[in-house]
Design a protein around this ligand. Structure first.
Ligand code: GLY
Length: 332
């Protein structure tokens, strides 16, 4: 075994070490030598990833394409009014307006994105339309809304009573101080959903969608709609997606970095770890925030790593859809 493969094997074993015991026996060992996993494989961020993965699998099992699968997968949390970090029901900005960011990439290298979009429940499907039917990659704000309405999307009120109440509570202090994992309290907040899939032919796509940081400054756009930051897919190599404080991901172009590290031979796990370490080394503000990366390569090997404890992700492989705790840089 050469040195690189040995390090990758140890990293993969370390990743398995943080998974609850019950799940460990259910997971296949993922090592550099394991070769192609049984496909398809789908991976996505946070608890809401379980239902999203299932919707993506359903598309693939009915013979749908991998880009359709990732789009349909993330539409599930987008449509869930109880989910306060994505789509309908997302927390508004500091002026009480819900503004959404999303992007999508397909196996042909094409990409579409919308940002600062209001009133549309499924920004990911508007991003898909930008990708498939325009010569552009990104539409923003009023222009993105106009494009959506011209293409048959319905204008809706995305501010649910629960999100409005949370905003009014926040107005009492107006203290803008996002904390790690506040997004992921049971039954309340999650964060961005990023979802990556490799189909049975080894073709890959990814989608990423969010309402962004709760009570953000008006006009703030995070990493999620930025190709290479919140999401990147290269069908020759693999894909990566990010969650957490988008500014840190944007400053390091994190998802592109993970994919390029995989291109250079790193496992998805080692690549996610190095992307987090890049943030640790370069950005002193990292101590305050949470970042989580997930990655999937063309052979179906997966990896995840976060700055702080508390990040989890959903992994569908070998007909099982499991929620897994990510390993992290900090112990707490
Ligand atoms: N990662 C989501 C955001 O920062 O908006």
């Amino acid at each position: 075994m050469n040195r690189r493969k040995f390090i990758e094997k140890v990293a993969a074993a370390g990743a398995v070490g943080v998974i609850p015991k019950l799940l460990q026996s259910q997971l296949p060992t993922v090592t550099a030598e394991a070769g192609t996993q049984s496909l398809p494989i789908i991976i996505s961020t946070w608890n809401h990833g379980l239902d999203a993965n299932q919707a993506a699998v359903d598309v693939l099992q009915k013979g749908g394409g991998v880009t359709d699968a990732v789009e349909q997968g993330v539409r599930v949390p987008e449509a869930d009014p109880k989910n306060m970090s994505v789509g309908l029901g997302g927390l508004p900005d500091r002026e009480g307006k819900v503004t959404l960011d999303a992007c999508i990439m397909g196996p042909d290298g094409n990409a579409g994105s919308v940002c600062f979009l209001e009133h549309i429940v499924h920004p990911i499907s508007v991003a898909r339309l930008v990708m498939d039917h325009t010569p552009h990659v990104m539409l923003s704000g009023e222009g993105a809304l106009q494009f959506a309405l011209e293409n048959g999307f319905k204008k809706e009120n995305l501010l649910t009573p629960a999100a409005e109440k949370a905003w009014k509570n926040w107005l009492n202090t107006s203290n803008y101080d996002p904390q790690p994992n506040w997004e992921n309290q049971p039954n309340e907040f999650h964060d961005t959903i990023g979802l990556l899939a490799v189909d049975k032919n080894g073709d890959m796509a990814g989608a990423c969608t969010t309402s962004g940081m709760g009570f953000k400054m008006r006009g703030r756009v995070g990493d999620s709609p930025i190709i290479g930051a919140g999401l990147y897919v290269d069908n020759e190599v693999g894909g990566a997606t990010a969650t957490g404080m988008g500014e840190l991901v944007m400053k390091t172009l994190g998802s592109f970095l993970v994919v390029e590290l995989m291109r250079q031979g790193k496992s998805p796990q080692a690549a996610c770890e190095e992307a987090v370490m890049r943030i640790v080394r370069k950005l002193p503000e990292h101590k305050k925030y949470q970042i989580g990366y997930i990655a999937l390569d063309k052979k179906g090997q997966s990896g995840a790593f976060s700055l702080k404890k508390g990040f989890n992700y959903a992994l569908y492989q070998a007909d099982e859809n499991l929620l897994i705790d990510s390993q992290s840089y900090f112990d707490s």
